[in-house]
Design a protein around this ligand. Structure first.
Ligand code: SF4
Length: 96
């Protein structure tokens, strides 16, 4: 039987992709899924072209995503999310 794949954030597996470039201890459950070959591991922000490190950004009431410094990074988030969605569709991944 084919394994169900699950999308997992790269930073949860200790990949250096967070805004602050900090490498965190891998999440045990994420690591277990990865070791079982059940994980699609991606970082949408970096797939959208954002660097590491980068300024933290938050979604605004109007739907834009803006960094602490006031830069509108909505398009980068949109591009990254689109790439992740395409990868999930191609691989039949339905859970994150
Ligand atoms: S976008 Fe990248 S850094 Fe942010 S939570 Fe997802 S994997 Fe981690």
């Amino acid at each position: 039987m084919e394994k169900d794949m699950i999308l997992i954030s790269s930073c949860l597996l200790g990949v250096r992709c967070r805004y602050d470039a900090k490498i965190v201890e891998p999440n045990p459950e994420a690591l277990r899924l990865f070791e079982q070959g059940c994980a699609l591991v991606l970082c949408p922000e970096m797939l959208g072209g954002l660097p590491c490190p980068r300024q933290p950004a938050e979604i605004q009431p109007d739907g834009r995503i803006v960094t602490e410094g006031g830069e509108d990074v909505t398009e980068a988030f949109r591009v990254g999310a689109g790439k992740v969605l395409a990868a999930c569709r191609a691989l039949g991944v339905k859970r994150a």
